[in-house]
Design a protein around this ligand. Structure first.
Ligand code: SF4
Length: 427
């Protein structure tokens, strides 16, 4: 039995799971939600070779040699993924990007990339999930559906827990949803603001204006947001009256019309509110260690994703150096894909380009992306098989306690071997 094991399925990174292992199989995962249970129970060794080169079984050493040569022979090599592996492995992947003068990007560019840009531009008034659990008395969920995507967020952190300053748990909290549709999360809210699709920017600027006491036109507000001004005024009154307000936001805000201008407006609103009361804002991050990817890439390059190192120093330009773009424009000519199924997520032109260039994958699972790789490493699953560090969505580092051994190498080991070989070949 492994106590305090960590589930790395979503950004909550619950580290209170009790796992029972029998015969090298996970037979119980206490406290895990349905998604977490499928993550743990779905983990079965499938007997695939550690490495395939051009679809044929090969040794890891042969795979490393081929991978290193693909990367150093390329004119525009890219490193992508990184959100479902340890921060130790992420660090090595960024070093490879540096050694090959390549472009390093993570799945953040396809999810919370606009938030990453806003963190640079506006800043983030934030706190840990523990503070939310202990203090949050007004919880606003904007453009996200954590009831389905992060099932334990409400029970562990944001709605239900009894905290130091909210001793009655849910009874001490007001929950407000802002979304274009009624989701399962909306059911858990006290109030729902069902805004017009694509009107997050207008809604947020309405609230910013109300916070500052600026007159706004009621007809225009209703026309543009689909919500009467009086309701926005009521929301602002509740926000000002809260002792500790929290805005949790998802991709319904960041990946719809307005993108980083939406997240700029939301982060600015949270900052504005601190003139009246304590208010924080936090993105709902999806992958288990996507927050670690942002942290590691930022430590090493100064930027969170979409970083080009072809000139020997990092340059950041979303849209230019982000992977879906470098592929779709036919620029990337080799790729190192770490723990991601790029073919499942990218546009048709990007997928076609990926199919036409040599690429290397590291993944515990067999996916459409790994099946067409020039070199496909089957690696151990982080958290279940391998120790290391991941970052919870609130930037708190969590130590992994693996439950099972694996015969497959870890991402860290394979990436370290590729880095060594690339460095030797570059001399
Ligand atoms: S909420 Fe997320 S991290 Fe927690 S058990 Fe469920 S899937 Fe795993």
């Amino acid at each position: 039995m492994i106590t305090d094991a960590t589930c790395t399925f979503c950004g909550c990174v619950c580290d209170d799971i009790e796992i029972t292992v029998e015969d090298n199989h996970i037979t119980d995962a206490k406290r895990a939600c349905a998604l977490g249970q499928s993550w743990f129970y779905g983990h079965v060794a499938d007997g695939r070779p550690d490495c395939l080169v051009a679809g044929q079984p090969a040794s890891v050493a042969e795979g490393v040699e081929r991978a290193a040569r693909i990367l150093i022979d390329a004119r525009y090599p890219i490193v992508y993924g990184l959100s479902d592996t340890t921060s130790e492995a992420q660090r090595v992947a960024v070093a490879i990007g540096d050694a090959i003068a390549g472009t390093v990007d993570t799945s953040t560019s396809a999810s919370h990339g606009p938030s990453g840009m806003s963190f640079h531009g506006v800043g983030e008034v934030t706190c840990t999930l523990g503070e939310i659990a202990n203090r949050g008395d007004l919880i606003i969920v904007w453009g996200g559906n954590p009831a389905e995507s992060h099932p334990r967020h409400f029970s562990k952190y944001s709605l239900m827990p009894k905290g130091m300053f909210v001793p009655n748990g849910r009874k001490d909290r007001t929950a407000i949803g802002v979304d274009v549709r009624k989701t399962e999360t909306a059911e858990a809210m006290d109030l729902l603001f069902q805004i017009k699709p694509g009107s997050d920017f207008e809604a947020l600027w309405t609230l910013r204006a109300l916070a500052k006491g600026i007159d706004v036109d009621p007809d225009q507000v209703q026309r543009e947001t689909g919500i009467e001004l009086v309701r926005w005024q009521d929301l602002m009154a509740r926000m000002k009256a809260a002792k500790f307000g929290v805005i949790l936001f998802g991709m319904g805000l960041t990946m719809t019309r307005g993108k980083h201008l939406n997240s700029d407006a939301l982060l600015s609103l949270a900052r504005d509110m601190n003139a009246f009361t304590r208010f924080v804002v936090a993105p709902m991050r999806g992958h288990g260690n996507v927050t670690g990817a942002d942290n590691v890439v930022t430590w090493q390059t100064g930027y969170p994703f979409g970083v080009n190192m072809s000139r020997g120093y990092p340059r950041f330009n979303p849209g230019e150096y982000t992977t879906s773009d470098t592929l779709a424009r036919g620029e990337a000519d080799a790729a190192l894909l770490v723990a991601c199924d790029a073919k499942a997520n990218f546009s048709q032109p990007a997928r076609e380009r990926l199919t036409s260039i040599p690429y290397i994958t590291l993944d515990p699972k067999d996916t459409p992306t790994t099946r067409h790789a020039a070199v496909a490493f089957t690696t151990a699953t982080y958290g279940i098989n391998t120790p290391g560090t991941v970052y919870r969505m609130d930037d708190v580092p969590i130590v992994l306690r693996p439950a099972l051994t694996s015969t497959h190498p870890t991402d860290f080991d394979v990436l370290s071997a590729i880095l060594r070989r690339v460095t030797e070949l570059k001399k």
